[in-house]
Design a protein around this ligand. Sequence first.
Ligand code: NAP
Length: 326
Amino acid sequence: MRAIEIREPGGPEVLTLTTRDRPVPGAGELLVKVAAAGVNRPDCLQRQGAYPPPKGASDIPGLEIAGEVADVGAGVTRFKQGDQVCALVAGGGYAEFCTVNETNALPAPRGLTMVEAAAIPETFFTVWHNVFQRGGLRAGETFLVHGGTSGIGTTAIQLAKAFGAKVLATAGSETKCAAMRDLGADLAINYREEDFVAAVKQATDGKGADLILDMVGGEYINRNYQAAAVEGRIVQIAFLKGRMAEADFSLLMMKRLTHTGSTLRARDIAFKALIAEELHRQVWPLLSDRKVLPVMDSIFPLDQAAAAHQRMEDGDHIGKIVLDVS
Ligand SMILES: NC(=O)c1ccc[n+]([C@@H]2O[C@H](COP(=O)([O-])OP(=O)(O)OC[C@H]3O[C@@H](n4cnc5c(N)ncnc54)[C@H](OP(=O)(O)O)[C@@H]3O)[C@@H](O)[C@H]2O)c1
């Protein structure tokens, strides 16, 4: 099969089209003929050598796919050959075939294209866990998301709105702020033009945000403590501006904040299966009704994976970048 491999750690140009043996589905696994594969920021980190695949995962990049079930391993009960699925995988997505445990796959949402379906798993699993399960977002609360036009951010804005939160979001340009408002953000903050802490305080009558989803880190750690409400929660999913920071921890104590975080990829299949079940029950109907949709930035053919990574690293994208593998 055709696949993209990381020739050596480096820039987008190290992504190389190659041929590999078609994987064989093990017990409980599906072999998916991949129609499309989502591109995510963690793929760029893996390509740079900073985010190695977990033990047992394919070295081929790609954390999410959509396609047709081509074969099933022993004991598979949920899907059969010919079913259209999308799935969260621990690696191996940038290829014509990919295996996945059936519990980490979901039926492709009704009415969506395969390219759209491939843009769903990584951000929806991540947002569901970090915003709703870990962050405990409830209707009526104020939610602040940084990087609001990222794959993660566009998903977080829509889901938080769909579940009744007031949404504040930050981004680095007016175009990106307009996109966040179109997605339903109640307030879009251009962090290059205004201080997000002051903007959040103003939008909440001085109270602050009940939940903050942060991928920036660095100096945002202290500023998130300032922007959070009493009993606020802050969930860390990345450190785009650095993992070392100086912070005034008295704010954590005085406001009784909870600062937590997680990474999805290294979690086991059973954990991801629980997220899949909740998504299927609570979010799949919203996708089928088109109340929530993946925001599509651009589509590249598989053999142009390097251009797709370049697009992500240039930082102008809004929403998801997807590889067309058909
Ligand atoms: N923990 C987990 O389980 C998990 C799972 C998936 C993804 N992630 C992380 O979540 C983040 C978003 O992923 P994604 O795939 O949605 O990425 P993405 O679309 O590339 O988004 C990154 C966003 O971060 C903003 N940003 C702020 N400071 C930045 C900086 N110093 N460098 C680059 N971008 C910066 C950019 O928007 P502006 O132009 O507005 O600044 C951009 O929208 C990534 O850091 C990824 O590693 C974590």
